[in-house]
Design a protein around this ligand. Structure first.
Ligand code: DQA
Length: 147
């Protein structure tokens, strides 16, 4: 299977960005670990990071016909981007939402995910492991769909 991993705004600064909340792993560290995990499950990963809502939407659209699943950390867009939510529901590709931090244990404004209702599910609070759990959940979901 082919899976696209989408990292939203400010995640390019991982490792140096509020390490007490987001940990010290960099985005490259995360992508490297995911690639390894993907190899173990015979899935090929493509990575994309953007700080721009429209570029994330374009990347979701361009997954049509190429990717079988989407693993996405929409960053702050999680909480208010109806456009990213609409893009995810516009494409016939299952998406799993992940967050490094537990968005339900932080500020009130982070508790709402406008993306969650159109995702297969959400994994939040396990640091870099959220991505690994999310990938495994997505792979399992795709297998159950026979893809
Ligand atoms: C985040 C949580 C969001 O609230 C925040 O805006 C981020 C990162 C996380 O991975 O914990 O940028 O998505």
């Amino acid at each position: 299977a082919q899976i696209v991993v989408i990292h939203g705004p400010n995640l390019n600064l991982l490792g140096q960005r509020e390490p007490e909340i987001y940990g010290t792993s960099t985005l490259e560290d995360i992508n490297r670990q995911l690639t390894e995990l993907g190899n173990q499950h015979s899935v090929e990963l493509e990575f994309f990071q953007s700080n721009h809502e429209g570029q994330i939407i374009d990347r979701i659209h361009s997954a049509i016909g190429s990717a079988e699943g989407i693993l996405i950390n929409p960053g702050a867009f999680t909480h208010y981007s109806i456009a990213i939510r609409d893009a995810l529901s516009a494409v016939p590709i299952p998406a799993v939402e992940v967050h490094l931090s537990n968005i339900h244990a932080r500020e009130e404004f982070r508790k709402l995910s406008v993306v969650a209702p159109v995702a297969v599910g959400q994994i939040s609070g396990f640091g870099i492991q959220s991505y690994e759990l999310g990938l495994l959940a997505l792979v399992g979901h795709l297998q159950r769909l026979g893809r």
